[in-house]
Ligand binder design. Structure first.
Ligand code: ATP
Length: 348
């Protein structure tokens, strides 16, 4: 699902909100058993989100990862009080999404996947329109516009028409726009999709500045695993269910073992030879990278594996051992890959 600005613009009368809500536990977002089911016209039900328990601390950058259709946008829509949960509870910036949806909407900012800027207005004009929608007073509009332009490093382009800005600049302007009303939590739905690597890096620089200088809580969905690696904490969702939650290092440590990858003259045969050598609860799989295994202290295993293949006359072209990646974490829990083509074998 894609969220669109026109569906969810805040009410004209909405007032500027306090930065944070009255949550005592230091949590910016907390959900328990959050469920969203869609009923189709033919009576069939899609369970987009199935019992999500999430905790996001104030001031952290939290990545929300999952493949297409995992339920990320639906979760964001519920957390921003734009879609009503079917069941469960959620508190965002100190307000309850079911009992206080207006308050939630005033306390969050939401960056949509698709541009919500008017290309025929200048950067500054776009910000002013948005500030007025949030009911900011005239003097406040001027002050906040200048502040967020500076934060986005776009002060020198404030009089440029949006259509003349680069893709990365537009994204930074959109983020700036969502900061005008000082939201308690900023949701960003795939903020870097479609940007080149340089522009992606600039957007992340900007997001880290927000966190470090202003203590903003950022909830970011992304398909890019390298981006999630740089967040404070993350959650991985698949088919509406949480599969892992914690720091990048923590969720990787949970699956523990190294990934040993061998490129051989005959990966299928090598798989057959090595299968009996490894402990029964370890997988041996083949994908586009070659043959791989998950083993504790992987580099210590390599000589033994190579020796066994040599005995069977199978050439080994390369061998490496690396600590688990976030994709390995996903594979460990689902038996599928988040990033590349489907792997075979292994998983739970
Ligand atoms: N309005 C809707 N009506 C019916 N089904 C929906 C609706 N919105 C989403 N879905 C379904 O709910 C599931 C989760 O969709 P969602 O858009 O939340 O996933 P996502 O993780 O954001 O995917 P993507 O990364 O592709 O944006 C999908 O199966 C989707 O088809």
């Amino acid at each position: 699902m894609k969220l669109h600005a026109r569906d969810h613009e805040p009410a004209r009368t909405a007032a500027a909100a306090p930065r944070t809500g009255p949550d005592d536990a230091g949590l910016a977002i907390s959900t328990r058993g959050l469920v969203k089911s869609y009923r189709g016209p033919d009576g069939t039900t899609t369970d987009a989100v199935r019992g999500l328990d999430l905790d996001v601390r104030r001031g952290e950058t939290f990545a929300f990862l999952g493949p297409n259709g995992a339920g990320k946008s639906t979760t964001i829509a519920m957390l921003c009080a734009l879609a009503r949960p079917t069941s469960g509870r959620a508190t965002v910036a100190g307000a309850d999404v079911l009992a206080e949806p207006e308050r939630v909407r005033r306390r969050v900012g939401l960056l949509f996947q698709h541009s919500a800027l008017d290309p025929d207005l200048t950067a500054e004009q776009n910000l002013r329109v948005h500030a007025r929608l949030y009911g900011l007073r005239r003097a406040e509009v001027r002050r906040r516009t200048a502040e967020v332009l500076d934060l986005a490093d776009l002060s020198d382009r404030r009089r440029s028409l949006v259509r003349t800005l680069s893709g990365g600049m537009r994204r930074r302007l959109e983020i700036a726009r969502q900061l005008l009303h000082s939201p308690g939590v900023l949701f960003l739905d795939e903020p870097t999709t479609g940007l080149d690597p340089h522009a992606r890096a600039r957007v992340w620089e900007h997001l880290h500045t927000l966190r470090d200088r202003h203590g903003s809580t950022l909830f970011v969905t992304t398909h890019y695993l390298d981006e999630a690696e740089h967040c404070d904490r993350l959650a991985i969702i698949d088919r509406g269910r949480l599969v892992a939650q914690g720091t990048p290092r923590g969720v990787r440590a949970e699956i523990g073992d190294d990934r040993v990858v061998l490129r051989t003259g005959d990966d299928a045969e090598a798989r057959r030879v090595l299968g009996p050598l490894v402990p029964p609860d370890r997988s041996v799989a083949v994908d586009t990278d070659g043959l791989w295994l998950r083993l504790p202290d992987g580099s210590a295993w390599i000589p033994r594996l190579c020796a066994a293949l040599e005995v069977h006359g199978i050439a080994v072209h390369s061998a490496s051992a690396t600590p688990p990646t976030l994709d390995d974490v996903f594979f460990h829990h689902t038996g599928r890959s988040l990033a590349g083509p489907e792997r075979t074998g292994g998983g739970r």
